[in-house]
Design a protein around this ligand. Sequence first.
Ligand code: GTP
Ligand code: SPV
Ligand code: MN
Length: 582
Amino acid sequence: MTSKLAALNEWVDQVAALTRADRVHWCDGSAAENQRLIEQMLENGDLHKLNPDTHPDCFLHRSDPDDVARVEHLTYVCTSRQDDAGPNNNWMDPAEAHALMNGLFAGCMAGRTLYVVPYCMGPVDSPLSRCGVEITDSPYVVVNMRLMTRMGADALARIERDGKFVRGLHSTGELDPNRRYIVHFPEELSIQSYGSGYGGNALLGKKCHALRIASYQARTEGWLAEHMLIVGIENPQGEVRYIAAAFPSACGKTNLAMLIPPEAYREAGWKVWTVGDDICWLHPGEDGRLYAINPEAGFFGVAPGTGKKTNPNALAMLDREAIFTNVATTEDGQPWWEGLDEGQPAVDWRGRDYDPKNGPAAHPNSRFTVSIKRCPSYSAEAENPEGVPIDAIVFGGRRAGLAPLVMEARDWRHGVLVGSAMASETTAAATGQVGVVRRDPMAMKPFCGYHFADYWSHWLSVGSRLTQPPRIFQVNWFRRDSDGGFIWPGFGENLRVLEWILARTRGEADAVETPVGLLPTPDALNLEGLEERPDLETLLAVDAGEWREEMASIEEFFESFGERVPTELRDELARVRAGLGG
Ligand code: GTP
Ligand code: SPV
Ligand code: MN
């Protein structure tokens, strides 16, 4: 098979010649094709079959131990002018980057099959969707892309109609961390990734396309590509309203997107509908509201911490047709990870007999891949070509101190300040130190494909086009007490905070005004049915001294982005500082 699109055929021919691939296979996305790839990987050891009685059609993949997370220090944005990539990105001159990558790709697929993977990010019939083609030599990538995107014949047909697509080239190479680069050419709408087979480094539709390239495209086209979940909250009156929330990697998006309401809420008739768990494309609609689509079709979720109590919806979808990466297994071949509240690990994520001396049984960034349609709270609105209207945007982070459980921004402009000043403790989702607080504006530090200051200006400009903008909030589920324990129970109980948020958007719930934002009055949050009353005094405290220091640090952070930081944002920061008394 080839395509009706000459430009696509030419590119595939060029890549096949450069990489000296033995065979070229155009993926149609069919079940039969998927089955063949799985059988081939079971044979060569890329996949292991999990217990077919408890987990039919579930497989385990073990990555190279040096290839278990995104590699931010090896990820580049190659714009022709360095300034356009901004201090938030590693930059390489495009010509230099092409020379480097051509050198790595030369001959790298000799003896291997080159897979052509056409995919569509978003519903295939949506004008808001965008397409791409990933060329890869990894069958693991192909079967994951089939779960994560609309992959195959329908996507190819749309690409042939549009004539436009993002070109992604990927090879696992030798998996040598010294020969590993994830390189983006936003001006050419292309991505090249070499030397890793892991998640965000290799499934190019995800972070590379749907965030880095898409954010760049979105800026010129007047929309936003964000690291956000999309969730619908149905109240007892049967109204469903949608929230989009940005938290950094491994800070709770998947969990919030499919939370199960506390019992009292369930009984009253509250329901939660999952539209997306990681990426959200936001478009201003003709009615002046903001509409969201989930460009993805599946989850690549964090396994550890997923248990019957914390996330039963996730567990329910993981007993069939799921791929597990770097989890442990039990004696009888079931997947296992820390926080799964049953079973015992027998074999760890590296395939060794489990020994606690070797650390956790599952890698802290071990993941599951599964179709969103398997989620018990799946919302059919995920297929709506127009997207869903967003009433609230929520920014969140993982912070032991300072950041309150929830606060509301005064208006869009203040909300953009809150988002751009976000900070969070680093997690295992990327290589490097874990638990260090770093600024992660809009949870996009690793994913914004251009200069952050220009991105903040773009946020302000999108807001100015909305006559009914969503209200903007900040949350923190991770505040700790003096013993290091989480103060807020989190997970399903987070609905209590979402209820306040949605009530605020209707002008219904009470708030106290502080210089940093609007916080719930102590009785504005519904705590009915909670086993223990959490320490709200700490969760909702605003300490002026600590905040003055925070604001000084935010100002310093803005300074690192130079002249391009929008004046409105500097003014907003000055306003908050004045409110705090300097
Ligand atoms: P990425 O897929 O990396 O973008 O992560 P994510 O933002 O989707 O994070 P996820 O929901 O997978 O949660 C990451 C970790 O945080 C898991 O171990 C969860 O169990 C834990 N977590 C999620 N929500 C909460 C919460 O409300 N409270 C606490 N204490 N932990 C949570
Ligand atoms: C993240 O790190 O934010 C993820 C996982 O969602 S990855 O696909 O590896 O980027
Ligand atoms: Mn993510």
